[in-house]
Design a protein around this ligand. Structure first.
Ligand SMILES: CC(C)(COP(=O)(O)OP(=O)(O)OC[C@H]1O[C@@H](n2cnc3c(N)ncnc32)[C@H](O)[C@@H]1OP(=O)(O)O)[C@@H](O)C(=O)NCCC(=O)NCCS
Length: 146
């Protein structure tokens, strides 16, 4: 169900991105991430259709960065987001890296709930992180802590 992204998935990933975020990443940026860390760009399929993705990087060889994650509206609340984050963490770990960081809007209660359940801790507030002036939390997980 979870597999690595392929170039043919790009249009579908961008569709999900656009429906999920008020300020979506440009489609071409996904190819950049894919070229950098193909093994950290994951999609989740349901009935042969891509219904979600997560994309990330390793920074300075020392921390994983979950750049973005989104699930098609019709498929939310089924555990797919959690499964993607866990697979991302497993892949980061297999690359010898023991921590993951991410940014999340202070108003994104669903995502915050997901990350807290998975043991991510708020490290700091990033003021006006988003184009609309909204703040973000910088969150960190030490992978040794489950
Ligand atoms: C955030 C997102 C990826 C979660 O994916 P999902 O597949 O819907 O989440 P899951 O079904 O795996 O649920 C994981 C946890 O999220 C939380 N959650 C999920 N749906 C929720 C809801 N409607 N209300 C409150 N919390 C919710 C719960 O803590 C849940 O854990 P539980 O199942 O043990 O209760 C998804 O909602 C999404 O794509 N949102 C839009 C894009 C986005 O905000 N991305 C995150 C950017 S930082």
């Amino acid at each position: 169900m979870i597999r690595e992204f392929k170039r043919e998935d790009l249009a579908r990933v961008c569709e999900i991105e656009i429906e999920s975020f008020p300020y979506p990443y440009p489609c071409q940026l996904f190819l950049l991430f894919y070229n950098l860390f193909p093994q950290l760009f994951l999609v989740v399929e349901c009935g042969g259709m891509v219904v979600g993705y997560s994309v990330g990087t390793i920074e300075r060889g020392e921390k994983g960065h979950l750049i973005s994650i989104a699930i098609d509206r019709a498929h939310r609340g089924k555990g797919l987001g959690k499964a993607l984050v866990k697979e991302f963490e497993a892949r980061v770990r297999s690359l010898g890296v023991s921590r993951v960081v991410l940014e999340v809007s202070v108003k994104n209660e669903v995502a915050l709930s997901l990350y807290k359940k998975l043991n991510y801790k708020v490290v700091s507030v990033l003021p006006s992180y988003y184009p609309n002036g909204e703040d973000a939390y910088l969150m960190l997980k030490e992978l040794s802590q489950g």
